[in-house]
Design a protein around this ligand. Sequence first.
Ligand code: SAH
Ligand code: SF4
Ligand code: F3S
Length: 479
Amino acid sequence: MNELKQSITDKLNSHEETQRQLAYIQKAGEYVRKLEQELGHKPTCCVTTFGCQMNARDSEKLSGILERAGYELIEDEDADFVIYNTCTVRDNANQRVYGRLGHLNSLKKKNPHKKIALCGCMMQEPSVIEKIRQSYRFVDLIFGTHNIYKFAELLVNMFEADGMVIDIWQDTDQIVEDLPVERKYPFKSGINIMFGCNNFCSYCIVPYVRGRERSRSPRDIIREIESLVADGVVEVMLLGQNVNSYGKNLEEPMTFAQLLREIEKIQGLKRIRFMTSHPKDLSDELIQVMKESTKICRHLHLPLQSGSSRILNAMNRRYTKEQYLALAEKIRREIPDISITTDIIVGFPGEEPADVDETIDVIQKVQYDNAFTFIYSKRTGTPAAAMENQVPEEVVKEGFDRVLKVVQDTARERVSRLQGQTMEALVEEVNEQDASLLTGRLSNNTIVHFKGDKKLIGQIVPVYLKECHGFYYLGEAVK
Ligand code: SAH
Ligand code: SF4
Ligand code: F3S
């Protein structure tokens, strides 16, 4: 079959699959109504998300289907149905899930109607499934990352089955469009532009649990954003493990920068963000588009991982310290008001204090607005897990503390550069600690808290940046 025909067939299949799943939502709805009669109230459901923005977006898709099937969504694990959308990027993410499952079991003993489902990245690991099958027998449904679009069908299977339903796929090339989604925020939304990852950084489990890289068609992306904007969205976050390689596997290849140019044209859309950019694929064309854009936010998350070229090579990152520094310098030269943030791993196999010094050197040179620093976590099945020179815990801890201190000092200095300026903030929510304050986000991703009426939520308003407190500001609304 030639490529065009293949693509038309895929589209038809995708459309048919959407129709099938919509029918399953109806069917699941019948079970939910029956349950409602037994319970005497509308069944409640709680989706708990672990991990990154991809997972957060997936949870919105699960929520959309649950709501359509008749569940009331709540944020309380006492709910009649609890779903954990899991992450496995570091071992502590897995441990948190196991820890909390024990608590869910005790809740389930009190509520015989309670159902528990597990999905997400952790479920793609065979050893996890084995452990749950043996030690967590009270779980009702388990599925993975590749068949999440079949959630409605799986729900029906769960209602019809006696024991645990498990459905895990090794991979998929399907992208199913147009299923319901329930957004967390009415005014902003994540959008998947691609799925999976082909980079195989040697420490990372994501390519194994999320499969190969697949880009969505630009038409589907634009259509989704247009309908979100019509529904009140002003800010979008384009999501992919490596957005800079967007479009390479489309039948009509397109670059990420070209996609951004198209998205920029959408009327009514005010802000565009994206995550994550791999330094090896960041093009001059992208820098140019960002520079010329009035909608793309002044923020770039550019994961460094390590400042040592020797470690970067062992990590399979495919850039050197010098290349990274040159790239950061070019970005700052072209877009001076941009904030750069990063991810850093300390304790990769073979890392020595001198390598950590190199990482610190990069932090000081680049002047990040924020950096997420992680202790290396050994992930079974990745090349780094088999490396013999694992670093002793005390050495890792010492390096981690050194890096963290420099990150905090440089970020405080860097973020404070804006003190005394007035900048536009998108008001996101009422402050969790102090209900008299609102929390807003600047274009450069810095957070500002200020007094104001919650009617402003969802609006972009000017805020005077009065006092810098490390990574955030206290400000005042400008009348
Ligand atoms: N695709 C993104 C990152 C996704 S994972 C990118 O390439 O930038 C988010 C972050 O988790 C990574 O940037 C890395 O810093 C961290 N991470 C991934 N695997 C890890 C591991 N095994 N141990 C510690 N941190 C890890
Ligand atoms: Fe993991 Fe590297 Fe892919 Fe990011 S680019 S998801 S760190 S393998
Ligand atoms: Fe975690 Fe999966 Fe994201 S492993 S970081 S939730 S892609």
